[in-house]
Design a protein around this ligand. Structure first.
Ligand code: M6R
Length: 610
């Protein structure tokens, strides 16, 4: 994961590097570091454990001045989050920042130790610094030539920026699996893992392609492909806004993002309802012809996005009659799977940079799918650029690591896609109209649910001392139970599991005692009677139940059964609506426990390593 940045200019670049790091913090926040080459031609470095703020304070204390520099915010893969393991890593006059994993680092490390190098960290990255130094000592050449000799010796997926105090007028950057973008300025140029890091200094970007190595000076950018051929990559002008705003009256970004869901969904609707149906301006006539040929859908995603895919499977099969499978990207990419005839691969990702999902998409291209469609929330993300078709959710930037509005807008968009594809497959107009009618009231229904927060706040205290929580759901609400459990474990650190309620008696019932809370998602649908039987099974064992349900389901509160009634709910959009109280529940429990809600321990917003 990790966010990396490099800058070269005529003026001091320390401030730019630090500001960029703050914007990259969503990629990791366990330690951070910065190195510059000062006016005497020496590499100066400061590293700190913790968030970028700690590094910022250290630099304020001990100013760093230089016209060329690199920096990183880390999410530890190799070696604990300590100052010694923090980047940049240095080998005499060479400094390196890196995002990703060098898979053969142990072999290279052993080799370099034999050659006399001393390692000061447990990281895989340090081998890049020493190997660059070794290659330079052995055969010399420009920093570009040296790095071009180093890169073929490394395996894994990574992006790196390298600088050398002996060549203080150039940065070299190499992309192999992890995204890298160059920001172009006047008499200054920049490199980062994400253009967001650079939007205060430029709006002109070059996206490097796989295998590219770039030589970046103040005046120009030269790019070479993996065969060392000079290549041109388009300069793209982007008007990006970094809208992290402030939290306003909210205590956390996650809370703000939960409350933004009605507007995020309204934005996702924008210009997509036309002539009583749903159309996506991103899809051309040719794209719709392709979609009309689809006989099977394969959804690929990770984490929360995977849960959205699981709900979509119920929708695709029951509403548009198209067979659909869903798989976790990290499983799909290493499995030999049979590709169904005329199968469309749909990748779901908030960030569009999730390494496993990108790898799964790349694999699918070799396997004879009819086409690929990406659903993302971040413009220009790798997944969008590499897919045949792309549709954006319009949730706006999501800062909280725990995904909330990105999930509900994914679900909204997927339901809209069900209509779009369903229409091309002769979905009955009555079904189409029913879905559209339900979708249109969705923002209002969420607002109604957000108005019962007091009830949910009151529940939170029951959970703060618990070690385990069980979530149960059935049908298209089973993935919502999974999402509720994921939210809870992510931000409160309470172990939570979700089960399809019908599975209870096949094992998890053994967990039930008077102490473990069981959260049940019980909408008033065709599975309610079945779910009521499952609730009785828990009750009979003195279980502690928290039942989220509709007003008209006939549940009553007892000592050991707390009922949380939700306002009126349309069945089709019910999975989207039931998500909201579970987000609020997790949020309030975490709030009472005092965890770092927006940046929970050990996690990062964008998972760019496998
Ligand atoms: O950016 P993506 O949607 O591809 O990310 C996938 C998961 O890493 C992400 O959903 C993760 O599970 C969230 N932290 C969940 O809240």
């Amino acid at each position: 994961m990790c966010g990396i940045i490099g800058a070269i200019a005529q003026h001091n670049i320390a401030g730019i590097l630090l500001e960029g790091l703050h914007r990259l913090e969503y990629r990791g926040y366990d330690s951070a570091g910065l190195a510059i080459i000062d006016d005497q031609g020496h590499v100066q470095r400061i590293r700190r454990v913790g968030k970028v703020k700690a590094l910022h304070e250290a630099v304020a204390h001990q100013p760093m001045i230089g016209k060329i520099g690199i920096a990183q915010t880390r999410w530890a893969t190799h070696g604990e989050p300590t100052e010694q393991n923090a980047h940049p890593h240095i080998s005499e006059h060479i400094a390196v920042v890196h995002n990703g994993i060098i898979e053969n680092y142990q072999f290279i490390r052993a080799l370099l130790i034999k050659r006399g190098y001393c390692f000061t960290s447990e990281t895989d990255t340090e081998v890049i610094a020493h190997l660059t130094h070794w290659e330079q000592q052995q055969s010399g050449g420009s920093l570009l030539e040296v790095v071009q000799r180093v890169i073929p010796q490394l395996s894994g997926a990574y992006g790196a920026v390298i600088m050398d105090a002996c060549h203080p007028d150039v940065l070299i950057t190499a992309r192999s699996g992890s995204p890298l973008v160059i920001g172009c300025g006047l008499e200054k140029n920049f490199i980062a893992s994400d253009q967001l890091a650079l939007i205060s200094v430029t709006n002109h970007f070059i996206f490097l392609e796989e295998g590219d190595i770039a030589e970046v000076t103040r005046h120009k950018v030269d790019i070479f492909d993996k065969n060392k051929n000079s290549v041109k990559r388009e300069v793209i002008k982007l008007q990006l806004k970094y809208d992290n705003g402030d939290k306003g009256t909210f205590c956390h970004y996650m809370q703000k993002e939960i409350y933004e869901q009605p507007i995020a969904i309204t934005n996702t609707f924008k210009n997509r309802f036309k002539y009583d149906s749903i159309y996506f301006s991103e899809l051309s006539n040719a794209d719709n012809v392709l979609l009309s040929q689809v006989e099977h859908i394969q959804i690929i995603a990770c984490g929360t996005s995977y849960h959205a895919g699981m709900v979509a499977r119920y929708w695709f099969e029951s509403l548009s009659m198209i067979p659909c499978d869903v798989e976790i990207s990290s499983e799909f990419r290493y499995r030999k799977s049979v590709v169904r005839k005329n199968s469309l691969i749909i990748t779901l990702s908030q960030s569009g940079e999730t390494a496993d999902t990108i790898a799964a998409l790349r694999l699918s291209k070799k396997n004879g799918y009819l086409g690929s469609l990406a659903i993302c929330n971040v413009a220009n993300a790798s997944l969008l650029r590499e897919s045949d078709l792309a549709i954006m959710t319009k949730a706006g930037i999501e800062i909280g690591v725990a995904s909330t509005k990105a999930f509900t807008t994914q679900l909204t968009l997927l339901l809209m896609l069900v209509v779009n594809i369903g229409r091309l497959h002769h979905m009955h107009v009555r079904v189409e109209q029913k879905i559209i009618k339900a979708l249109k009231v969705l923002p209002t229904r969420i607002e109604q649910i957000l108005s019962i927060t007091k009830d949910i706040e009151n529940l939170a205290k029951d959970f703060i001392d618990k070690q385990h929580v069980l979530f149960l759901g059935r049908g298209d609400h089973y993935p919502i139970a999974m999402e509720g459990a994921l939210k809870l474990k992510e931000i409160s650190y309470i172990h939570a599991e979700a089960y399809a309620a019908g599975e209870l008696k096949h094992g998890p019932l053994a967990l039930i005692d008077s102490n473990i809370p069981v959260v049940v998602i019980a909408p008033n649908n065709h599975l309610l009677a079945k779910l009521k039987s499952n609730i009785e099974e828990v009750r009979a064992r003195n279980g502690l139940l928290y039942v989220f349900t509709n007003i008209d389901t006939g549940f009553t509160n007892t000592d050991r059964v707390k009922i949380i009634f939700l306002p009126q709910i349309e069945n089709i959009i019910s999975p989207i609506l039931y998500t909201v109280p579970l987000q609020l529940l997790a949020y309030n429990i975490a709030l009472m426990k005092g965890t770092d809600i927006d940046q929970p321990r050990n996690l990062a917003k964008s998972v760019t390593v496998e």
